[in-house]
Design a protein around this ligand. Structure first.
Ligand code: AMP
Length: 505
């Protein structure tokens, strides 16, 4: 359907076929932006980048608010053959110092309040452009000095289009290098798997510094000529109200739990929607069921990561199974393997490995780490533990690094969390391992209740102990009001592990 090799061709597809239609609603001034306007301004941005000295392969680092100018900077970078490097807006100047030192960008775009500090940090040879929360600033000024009509810089499928530091809840961030071929093929694969067309309108309430909000949501939209309702933040009421004009919502699981907590979200409100997608963190099977009960819609859960784009999805047509992440997307091969990369029998747990046009080109300046994470036959080791169930659907059971080894026995937190989450009075849970003098690690459960009137820890233990072998049973339970999460809604188990580290010392 699109050029599978050049991201600029893929992303220009929507503009080419839908010049006079709307690309985006709720721009900087609440206005609508047509494809013709967006594409012309992206061409001007590309020309401005080249005028600022950007050569093919140069990095453009962007720590910027969610504006239309930000999308133009992304599109302009791709048209100009540059490499886009979005950065989480929560990063401190100190953290930026690491990213800029590692990535060596040619240009950094940032909020005006940080411009001086960043210019000081990167030195005078690197251009720093401001982009304010209304889209104005140096980038917009440089763009406006150029005329539309930029000639796209040719690039090969294996040339880099973007890199993204993995959100990794532990360890030093690594830059995952994504090529034109990786991003273009994933947009095309997802668009056809989810039956995306130019008639679709997506409620976009995700951040644009992450793979989900930028490479899934924006790329599919541009590639198909669909439109976006562009929201700075996720807010259940605003999202619900937008549904009358929209057809698709892409969200992290908390989008859905918070919609369910909002009384104004009814089956009537959702009646014009055709698709609700969830990913980036596990969706509770209970949320899936409650959502269906409330709206009649079955959320479509998919699975992916920064390094691989989207790998698997529940079917658009066919059974969407709660608690599973579906089957490999077309053209992508996945296996659940043992520590030597050998496929384990169906139903057994192992590490999820993946191969396909979606898989990244390696970690920036980290050839050893890259080599460690790939098998000789080209499969990438995701680090997620999964199993293929009897229907052939992949179930993610946890992260290899979250595995608890207690008394020499493997304990998979997800198994215990699933039991706990199903109990009356438990909203959600996180199970971690903490240092223990006898067992090496002890299993500890951290629970969130629906209200302050939660069951006692003894009552919880009494309910689960018949379903769990002794070595898997939590040695301690704690009630908290919220689990610590990062911006993509992932539970930060490292924070919990630190918090309870001294429990048995
Ligand atoms: P990131 O690179 O920040 O997108 O994080 C990728 C990780 O998020 C994966 O390796 C999984 O551990 C997790 N993840 C993404 N989607 C899902 C899902 N649908 N269910 C469970 N875990 C998920």
């Amino acid at each position: 359907m699109y050029d599978q090799n050049h991201l600029a061709q893929s992303l220009s597809n929507g503009a080419a076929n839908n010049l006079n239609t709307c690309f985006l609603q709720a721009g900087e001034q609440g206005d609508a932006v047509s494809y013709a306007e967006f594409y012309a301004r992206s061409e001007q941005m590309a020309a401005a980048l080249v005028a600022a000295g950007l050569a093919p392969g140069d990095r453009v680092a962007a720590q910027i608010d969610k504006t239309v100018t930000a999308l133009e900077l992304y599109m302009g970078t791709i048209l100009a053959g540059g490499v886009f490097l979005p950065l989480n807006t929560a990063y401190t100047i100190k953290e930026l110092e690491y990213f800029c030192g590692d990535a060596e960008p040619k240009l950094v775009a940032c909020d005006p309040s940080r411009k001086d500090a960043i210019q000081h940090m990167v030195g005078p040879t690197i251009t720093v452009w401001s982009i304010a929360s209304d889209g104005s600033g140096d980038a917009a000024n440089a763009r406006d000095q150029q005329t539309p009509g930029f000639e796209v810089v040719p690039r090969e499928a294996s040339d880099l289009a973007a890199f993204l530091y993995t959100s990794g809840t532990t360890g030093q961030p690594k830059g995952a290098m994504l090529s034109h071929g990786n991003l273009a093929s994933n947009a095309s694969t997802l668009a056809s798997a989810w039956q995306y067309t130019a008639d679709d309108c997506l409620i976009h309430a995700l951040p644009i510094f992450h793979i989900h909000g930028l490479f899934v949501a924006v790329n599919i939209t541009l590639a198909t000529g669909a439109s976006l309702i562009y929201m700075k933040k996720y807010q259940p009421q605003a999202v619900t109200e937008a549904m009358t004009q929209a057809s698709v919502l892409m969200g992290v699981p908390t989008f859905y739990t918070r919609l369910l907590d909002y009384d104004g979200f009814t089956s009537d409100a959702a009646k014009s929607m055709r698709l609700f997608v969830s990913g980036s963190a596990p969706l509770l099977a209970e949320t899936h069921r409650q959502f269906e009960h409330r709206t009649g819609h079955r959320i479509l859960e998919r699975y992916g990561m920064t390094e691989t784009g989207m790998m698997s999805s529940n079917p658009y047509e066919g059974e969407r199974l709660a608690g599973t992440v579906g089957k490999p997307l077309p053209g992508i091969t996945m296996r659940v393997a043992d520590n030597n990369g050998l496929q384990v029998p169906q139903g057994e747990r192992g590490v999820v490995e993946v191969k396909g046009p979606n898989v990244f080109q390696g970690y920036w300046k980290k050839p050893e780490k890259t080599a460690e994470d790939f098998r000789d036959d080209g499969f990438f080791i995701t680090g997620d533990i999964g199993l293929i169930d009897d229907k052939g659907y992949l179930n993610i059971v946890g992260r290899a690094k979250d595995l608890i080894i207690s008394g020499g026995l493997n304990v998979y937190p997800k198994e215990i969390e699933s039991l706990l989450d199903d109990l009356e009075g438990v909203k959600e849970s996180a199970v971690i391992g903490v240092p223990h003098p006898d067992f090496g690690e002890a299993v500890v459960a951290v629970l969130v209740s629906h209200d302050s009137n939660h069951p006692t820890s003894e009552a919880i233990m009494a309910q689960i102990k018949h379903d769990l072998a002794k070595f898997k049973q939590p040695k301690a339970l704690f009630w908290v009001t919220d689990l610590p999460r990062n911006t993509m809604a992932k539970v930060q188990k490292n924070v919990l592990r630190d918090q309870y580290a001294d429990l048995y010392s």
